[in-house]
Write a protein that binds this ligand. Structure first.
Ligand SMILES: Nc1ncnc2c1ncn2[C@@H]1O[C@H](COP(=O)(O)OP(=O)(O)OP(=O)(O)O)[C@@H](O)[C@H]1O
Ligand SMILES: [Mg+2]
Length: 288
């Protein structure tokens, strides 16, 4: 059985607490880490990837501290950093070949693996092209392919869908669905829709803490009876935004706007209770 455990993991930069005594146990499955800019997602993922050391606390893989495992941990790990470095003059193929060497993939297996992962991320047709000629979304997909090279048991993807177009997102979702069955996949995003249909478990991060964790069903239940829809005039929107967590605004043809509000109490007289979605959960959690 595979288990990755955060045991009171904190990260401080001088006085600033960026990760605050985080506790969580990951097992096989897909985990979505959601949070606003600066919530601490990248910091946490870098600590789990072993490139950043926690100020206090421990990260354990099958009960063993990951730093003590050294190379054995890195062999289990695939990591796509938020800022992903590459060599612009390398061809796609050469770059993956080079990384396969670094990751100690047996040379006789490397070619076949590269071929397979290029196919999975839809880059087979550009394998002989230089990386500098690829689009942003293609580079992102190359990043996903390199993270898969050593067939990792733990796959960490920091904002993997940024820059992907809708078709690529669907491809990515299907790919992860297949990958997540036999490993721990941890991906971050600040876009709810990117995580909504991919993750088995969701972790909402706010100011270095987990503000909410659970599967979608549990999370939706927590905001049941708290999501309201009402019609307002556009000039009242500003005031509403200050008073409530407004999760969506739709302009209607008649000149009024339909707003969705997350609130314990009925926000106004004509407000109607509606079934919650994950966006409401996220907003209700981060704006609390
Ligand atoms: N090396 C550093 N020194 C000081 N502060 C840092 C350092 N690295 C990160 N921080 C701070 O830690 C906080 C969390 O940053 P982090 O990059 O983990 O957030 P994030 O959730 O990944 O945000 P984003 O969605 O923008 O990627 C931010 O306030 C950031 O300024
Ligand atoms: Mg980040």
């Amino acid at each position: 059985m595979l288990e990755l455990k955060l045991d009171r993991v904190s990260k401080h930069y001088k006085q600033k607490i960026v990760a605050d005594r985080l506790e969580y146990t990951f097992q096989k499955g897909i985990y979505g880490l959601l949070g606003e800019n600066g919530a601490g997602k990248t910091t946490l993922l870098r600590m789990i990837a072993g490139v950043l050391r926690p100020t206090t606390g421990e990260i354990l893989c099958n009960q063993c501290e990951i730093r003590k495992m050294g190379g054995a941990y890195r062999m289990k790990l695939g990591y796509l950093p938020q800022e992903f470095g590459y060599y612009p003059n390398f061809t796609v193929w050469r770059y993956l070949e080079y990384l396969a060497e670094l990751k100690a993939v047996p040379p006789e297996a490397a070619g076949e693996r590269i071929e397979k992962h290029l196919e999975q991320v839809g880059l087979s047709s550009v394998k002989t092209d230089k990386i500098k000629t690829l689009s942003g979304g293609m580079v992102r997909r190359l990043g996903i392919a390199q993270a898969l090279l050593n067939d990792p048991e733990i796959l960490i993807l920091d904002e993997p869908t940024s820059g992907l177009d809708p078709k690529e997102r669907i491809r990515f979702r299907n790919l992860l669905g297949a990958l997540g069955r036999e490993r721990i996949v941890l991906l971050s995003s600040h876009i709810v829709a990117d995580i909504e249909f991919i993750a088995d478990e969701i972790l909402i991060m706010k100011a270095g803490k987990f503000a909410g964790t659970g599967n979608q069903k549990e999370m939706l239940k927590a905001v049941e009876g708290k999501v309201w829809e009402c019609l307002v005039m556009p000039e009242n929107l500003e005031g509403l935004n200050q008073k409530f967590a407004v999760s969506s605004v739709k302009n209607l043809e008649e000149g009024s706007v339909q707003v969705r509000i997350v609130s314990e109490h009925k926000p106004m007289e004509h407000a109607k209770l509606v079934p919650p979605n994950l966006e409401d959960v996220y907003l209700g959690t981060v704006e609390k």
